[in-house]
Design a binder for this molecule. Structure first.
Ligand SMILES: [Zn+2]
Length: 147
């Protein structure tokens, strides 16, 4: 393989970097915007089947569903759980642009708080649903109808 071919392959499958994807996932509007893209003839599947986490286009909905169950996608989800390393962090460690870094940290903490609140709400809903199901098994006098 010549030098030019190597360069071509290095950039052929290059996707967005993790920190950019992490930013994408930060607000619901950008996720919605990425999931509902206009028809683009130069993208696989006309750009209609997009995995936000992997920043990858798929030919069909079936391929996308198959992908979301795959090892590659799950590994990516795990990678995106952590806050990505950024230039601001590097500058902050060296004592440069501390105000900018502080703002970023505050924003990240806010986001994690929102996520944990959302998770708590989901958990509450789940337990409520479970209790509802258990109540339906018990009649008004408190006798168990089904075991
Ligand atoms: Zn994916």
């Amino acid at each position: 393989m010549g030098k030019l071919t190597v360069m071509k392959y290095k950039t052929k499958r290059r996707t967005r970097d993790l920190d950019l994807i992490w930013e994408d996932l930060g607000n619901k509007e950008s996720v919605l915007h990425l999931k509902n893209q206009p028809i683009q003839e130069d993208k696989p599947g006309l750009g209609q089947h997009y995995c936000v986490e992997c920043s990858k286009y798929f030919e069909s909905g079936h391929a996308l569903v198959h992908h979301t169950k795959s090892k590659v996608h799950k590994r990516r989800l795990k990678q995106l759980k952590d806050i990505p390393y950024s230039q601001e962090e590097a500058n902050g460690a060296a004592g440069l642009d501390l105000v900018k870094y502080q703002k970023k940290v505050l924003k990240q903490n806010e986001r994690q708080e929102v996520q944990s609140l959302e998770k708590r709400d989901i958990d509450l809903l789940k337990t409520a649903k479970k209790n509802c199901f258990l109540n339906s098994l018990v009649d008004n006098e408190g006798e168990v109808l089904m075991v």
